[in-house]
Ligand binder design. Structure first.
Ligand code: SF4
Ligand code: SF4
Length: 85
């Protein structure tokens, strides 16, 4: 099941209960800010998740996935590949 645009797995997210987040596929904007460049880009292209995109893996998604604080060492990129199967 696709839980996010970028490949993040909501069931593994520590902010889920704390913020009452339903997942970015279910809300207009993310709980953490006015907008997310990955979510906005993906939805503008009418993809369910980034793995469906011709530009996958783009620099924006790559930077999110490997961000030192918020990234997951590329796990979300692998998940997008899984969701594409
Ligand atoms: S980083 Fe963006 S695309 Fe990924 S789950 Fe959060 S809001 Fe969605
Ligand atoms: S892979 Fe990059 S260009 Fe493609 S939808 Fe995701 S954020 Fe946008």
């Amino acid at each position: 099941m696709v839980e996010s645009r970028c490949g993040l797995l909501c069931s593994e997210c520590s902010y889920r209960e704390e913020t009452g987040c339903k997942g970015c596929t279910e809300m207009d904007k993310p709980f953490w800010g006015e907008s997310c460049p990955v979510k906005s880009c993906c939805e503008e292209k009418e993809h369910k998740h980034c793995g469906e995109c011709d530009s996958f893996v783009c620099q924006v998604l790559h930077n999110f996935a490997y961000d030192k604080q918020q990234g997951d060492d590329g796990a979300r990129i692998d998940r997008c590949k899984e969701w594409n199967k």
